[in-house]
Design a protein around this ligand. Structure first.
Ligand code: GAL
Length: 421
């Protein structure tokens, strides 16, 4: 299998007659495939576009709508199979390795060395961006997934308090419901279901349980009574949604919290980009809080741009310029202020960031240093292959939209994961 992959890699590279060496030419084009189309996301990606254009290169925007990126990945596969991949695509986590194994990705070592990427990136991030020992992708940010977004005015109206445990969460949800406010804003799409499911798993089981289940795929953990509890709690969340939830986009759900139609949303901190774009202030207009019971944990989701091999020297130059810009402190600041995430550079000045980002950075650093509580997000492609992730999505979404028992769900989860490995 390995040899076959290496052979394919060599064949693709020679078919493209690629140069990954730095180009002497200057003005080229970068075609960037991404799924950043919501208000906050679009504001963030336009920062990169402006910076690339300022350097004299052309930006060809290739945006495919659909939160979580499933649609984007389908489009990417089609383009790659037809021998015409874009020069850069938002690819994350283990999928970077899958594309690099197939020989599609360019070697970014030269720019990485020049810019000292190894010195400014946390090793947990650098490892994801490297294939063997060289960079094939550049990270743009760090998102925390286990957040809860709250409209404080809605809670006040309902006489409810901010929950810090799962039990308190359901009490708050009951009060909101009684006051005629939608307790939980949610969009019924597999990746959003999985996002809520993983926060509940982190809360009900803790980080070690999470790691055993979603990183190691330990069958005993997957089949444990604890996992049944996770499904019970996940089912409970279903009681607090409005009838319009199926298929709803995540940013529409966020806007329900912004308007006070709903009290809470469980979503990663890209949701903050929507509050920011709506001119709202954290701490007063909205609250960012760890998902109840996960204050000491950090489920990380790192966005990154992988670079595809290019024939044209000018385009190689544009691609390398973009890679350099992405890790510049200027880009890291402006992009992440708009995106809701935190910068990925260890030496970034956090002064311009709000209280949510500062809290996020503090937990990211403390959990990285202690080695406790930092877990890769399953729902966002950080913990496992796309095949296993897809298997988990299928079970969680089917369970959420049916009357399947938690016992059956646990059995199905364990066997679906085993089959996909
Ligand atoms: C995540 C991605 C975020 C955000 C979100 C919703 O997978 O990492 O950057 O875009 O999807 O689209």
């Amino acid at each position: 299998m390995y040899l076959k992959k290496r052979f394919m890699a060599a064949a693709i590279a020679s078919a493209l007659s690629v140069s990954t060496l730095s180009a002497t030419a200057t003005a080229g084009e970068v075609e960037v495939l991404h799924w950043w189309t919501s208000g906050g996301e679009a504001a963030a990606v336009s920062v990169l576009r402006e910076m690339v254009e300022k350097e004299g290169h052309t930006w060809k925007d290739f945006a495919v709508a659909g939160g979580g990126g499933e649609n984007t990945m389908t489009v990417l596969r089609a383009r790659a199979v037809s021998g015409n991949p874009p020069s850069s695509a938002q690819i994350k986590g283990l999928e970077i390795q899958e594309w690099a194994d197939l020989g599609f990705l360019a070697n970014l070592e030269e720019v990485a060395k020049q810019e000292g990427w190894d010195d400014v990136l946390p090793p947990v991030v650098a490892d994801i961006m490297k294939h063997y020992d060289y960079y094939v992708a550049v990270p743009v940010n760090v998102h925390r997934v286990n957040w809860m977004w709250v409209n404080p005015a809605a809670l006040e109206k309902a006489g409810a308090s901010v929950p810090t445990t799962l039990d308190e969460l359901w009490e708050t949800a009951d009060k909101l419901k009684a006051a005629g406010i939608i307790p939980i804003a949610h969009g019924g799409q597999s990746w959003q279901d999985a996002t809520v499911f993983e926060s509940i798993a982190l809360s009900a089981g803790g980080p070690e349980f999470f790691r055993k289940a979603f990183v190691e795929h330990d069958q005993d953990t997957l089949l444990s009574p604890q996992m049944e509890t996770v499904f019970d709690q996940f089912r409970k969340a279903r009681e607090y949604l409005d009838p319009g939830f199926p298929g709803r986009d995540w940013n529409i759900a966020t806007s329900m919290v912004i308007k006070g139609e709903a009290g809470m949303q469980f979503m990663g901190d890209w949701a903050k980009g929507e509050f920011t774009a709506a001119g709202m202030e954290p701490g007063t207009d909205y609250l960012c809080l760890p998902f109840p019971g996960t204050e000491d944990a950090f489920a990380f989701n790192i966005d990154s741009l992988a670079m595809f091999m290019q024939r044209d020297a000018d385009n190689v130059s544009a691609q390398q310029t973009m890679a350099r810009l992405v890790l510049s402190p200027e880009f890291q600041e402006t992009f992440n202020l708009n995106k809701g995430s935190i910068p990925v550079r260890l030496d970034q000045d956090m002064t311009p960031f709000d209280s949510c980002a500062k809290a996020s950075m503090e937990t990211f650093q403390s959990t990285s240093e202690s080695g406790q509580g930092l877990v890769p997000s399953m729902a966002h492609g950080m913990s496992t292959t796309s095949a296993v992730q897809g298997a988990i999505y299928d079970v969680t979404t089917t369970f959420f939209n049916s009357s399947m028992s938690s016992q059956d769900a646990v059995r199905q989860l364990a066997s679906a994961i085993r089959a996909a490995q």
